[in-house]
Design a protein around this ligand. Sequence first.
Ligand code: ZN
Length: 351
Amino acid sequence: MRARMSFRLLAVATAALLSLPTSAATAPKSVILIIGDGMGVAHFTAARFLAGSNARFTKMPVTGLVMTHSADSIVPDSASAATAMATGVKTNNKMVGVDPSGRKLLTVLEAAEKSGRATGLVTTTNFWDATPAAFAAHAASRRDTAALIPQILSSGAEIVAGGGADKLGVAPLPSLEALAREYKYAPIRTAAELESVRAQRMLAVFPTEAREVDSKLVGLPVLAAWAIERLARDPDGFFLLLEHEGPDGSSHGSATPELEASLLSLNETINVALDFAAKNRDVLVLVTGDHETGGLQIHPEKPGAPLELRWSNVGHTGEFVPLFAQGPGAESFTGLLDNTDIGKKLLRFMR
Ligand SMILES: [Zn+2]
């Protein structure tokens, strides 16, 4: 027993000396990063109760907890939190893709593009919102829409999909058609066009709904399946961000029906990614929140009573958020992580 143990230790030590930090055996070819915006432990717990046996994220083999604070606040916003996950660097709230001094940072999406992979950004809110923007743009303010949109559409991303159709074409923003022409994307406005349009680069934009829940035209699970199917055609692999903004939007407004619908939609989105991963063993699936919103609580303490959700505030909180991982490299996402650890590891994988 002892001899076998020391042989194993020797083998591990030798492998550590010979291999790079990310060995080929544990590096994913493709990554699907799923962010439930505003989802803390209680949000994922609620999703588990709502989805029941269909909550397959509960079976993902690796779990971790993520610290979400920003460079200037215990309580982050989506901009600083997404920047940490996209670049591995802490920044101030409201900043996207830059460090606190304003220096541009390499993002996971940009690294994936450089490596020859296909990339995609898919969200239920405006496609230039803080979370997708932090992966493909650089600005001192998340509100600098005029700077964010051109950068996102110049990032090389093959797929950009989300909300904002109600805002494009309304001054000062250009129309979808003008953007598509300028940045060489095929514009898509409907579920039918998702299926019929064939192009190298696609910009699918739908009206953003109140509380940033799923579009009435196309829900996030459908967009996820559509994006995965197209990106997976790249033989070099892909990086895909799937964001559901509904948990954040509905938690800001203490809106139970909207939160429940969003949690179920996010759960279905996760299942779409897990279905793909079941047939493609070289994909890493990561599921997490960027921060908690609303101080969500689960009630009541009465046998047989249904799930009841209550919020303790209308803003973000600074609690740890859960992370679930599956696939090559997943094992390094266990324990207590900082949100910058996610960016650092993904940057290594996407080299
Ligand atoms: Zn928020």
